[in-house]
Ligand binder design. Structure first.
Ligand code: TYD
Ligand code: MG
Length: 461
């Protein structure tokens, strides 16, 4: 009989250590080493016993579609891929205080009339949740509230719930399994608690919604420990000072990712925003220099948003580059291309870039809109108010075509934009498709062509 021994396994990278340590030598993760009961120390393969045969299935004849329960909150359903799927787990991540609990309470209350709905909070007392529900005007919904943190108790309480019941765990960082020594919120605990809850959800066909606070470096509970365990990962984001909140799908086994749902945080909770473009452009103040409207695509939806830039003389030796809502590396690239390929001098100026409304853009198609805002700020000439801009910029200054030109132009036309500054290549394709009406297109093949449009000459600034 082989000797049984304890192993200390890093839950982040899988390295096995002889003894416990606070930090894994192999991957550098903190607090990720968990004691695991080792199986036989001498590997014996499958020891000659045979297993059960798996019943293989065809790719076709997939049977009935996965059933989904739409919550009726369209912005939420779209990000989930059409609704909640029984036997699945969804992780909702976000900064503390961004509105995760509010959103999920609203979701639970919507579904509570049709199916059992349970809301377990490890952060708030039942009375606090009641107060919040009253504030949201949903306190009549038949939701079962619980304040608990021990996963063993929660699993026992879920016993008897069957297919399609809804369970919210707020938040996974407060949960613990009593077989592990480490404190709640550590990687080991978060992972073990989630694994146990997900196992129960799969077995009983529950729709499990886990709340996860994002840590300072942006990953949910340390090194993305949960993302691969759940079926869908949604991030709830937004700038704290803004009332807009964006639910963004980053992983979804049952639908498309990169979808966004837009909400507005009000005194009465979160309200869906059906036409985000209108909202993001609502506070635009006519023709001012340093602003350009970007026609972007978020998931399947076109979204128009204002990109604002301010280029101002810097009092500092090293000028500032401050960005909100966009990638700062990308800004540096656009600035460098403007300087090196178009002869625009930005050098000693501070540059501030802001995407209005609290949206975060990650599309390269925003390059041209950013360049337009920058050039406009430098030259003091406004980008004409009825103009949208999109296009990717390459390092030699070429303006590259982007996807879904037609959808972008359609959205722009819908909101009354009469002109568009677009990449030359997409224009050609567009004409072939024969888009009858829509904004008048100004096609540019090189970034330098943007300057005369915005009243800038080479070597100004
Ligand atoms: P919350 O859902 O508690 O955030 P999380 O669970 O992500 O930590 O949201 C807290 C914030 O939302 C708090 O700052 C107050 C605000 N809020 C409103 O503005 N209106 C409301 O109706 C509610 C319930 C909260
Ligand atoms: Mg909360």
């Amino acid at each position: 009989m082989a000797r049984r021994a304890a192993n200390f396994v890093c839950q982040s990278c899988g390295a096995v250590h002889a003894k416990w340590a606070g930090r894994c030598d192999a991957c550098g993760a903190w607090n990720s080493i968990v004691e695991e009961q080792a199986a036989d120390t001498v590997p014996r393969g499958l020891d000659g016993r045979s297993g059960r045969k798996i019943a293989f299935a065809d790719l076709s004849n997939a049977g009935p579609d996965t059933p989904r329960f739409a919550t009726g909150i369209a912005e939420f359903d779209r990000v989930c891929g059409g609704g909640l799927v029984p036997g699945s787990a969804i992780l909702i991540g976000g900064d503390p205080g961004i509105g995760k609990s509010t959103l999920l309470l609203q979701v639970v209350c919507r579904l509570a009339a049709e199916r059992p709905a349970i809301y377990v909070s490890g952060e708030e007392a039942v009375e606090q949740i009641r107060l919040r529900a009253a504030r949201l005007g949903v306190h009549q919904a038949p939701v079962s509230l619980g304040a608990a943190t021990n996963v063993r108790d929660i699993v026992a309480s879920l016993d008897g719930l069957d297919n399609g019941a809804l369970v919210v765990i707020d938040s996974i960082q407060t949960m613990y399994v009593d077989t592990l020594e480490s404190a709640p919120g550590t990687v080991g605990q978060v992972r073990a608690s989630a694994a146990e809850l997900i196992r129960v959800a799969k077995r009983q066909g529950l729709c499990l919604l886990l709340v996860g606070h994002v840590t300072k470096d942006g990953a949910i509970a340390g090194p993305r420990v949960l993302e691969h365990m759940v079926d869908a990962v949604l991030y709830f984001e937004g700038e704290r000072g803004h009332q807009f909140r964006i639910l963004r799908g980053v992983k979804n086994r049952f639908g498309a990712t990169d979808e966004i749902g837009v909400f507005e945080m009000t005194d009465g909770g979160l309200i869906e925003v059906e036409n985000p473009s209108e909202l993001f452009l609502a506070e635009r103040s006519g023709e001012i220099s340093g602003a350009a409207v970007f026609a972007g695509i978020e998931g399947t939806r076109p979204v128009l948003v204002e990109v604002q830039a301010l280029v101002a003389p810097s009092p500092l030796g090293t000028p500032r580059r401050a960005v909100v809502g966009w990638d700062s590396a990308r800004l540096s690239m656009v600035l460098a291309v403007l300087e090196a390929r178009c002869g625009v001098t930005i050098g000693p100026n501070d540059v501030y870039l802001n995407v209005a409304g609290g949206l975060r853009i990650s599309e390269p198609a925003a390059d041209l809109a950013v360049a337009a805002a920058l050039v406009s700020s430098l030259s003091g000439t406004p980008v004409p108010a009825d103009t949208v801009v999109f296009g990717e910029i390459g390092l030699s200054g070429e303006v590259r075509g982007v996807s879904q030109t037609e959808a972008r132009l359609k959205e722009a036309a819908k909101l009354g934009f009469g002109r568009a500054i677009v990449p030359a290549r997409s224009g050609a394709r567009q004409r072939n498709k024969g888009l009858s009406r829509g904004p008048e297109m100004r096609q540019i093949g090189h970034l330098a062509e943007l300057l005369p449009i915005l009243g800038a000459t080479h070597d100004n600034g």
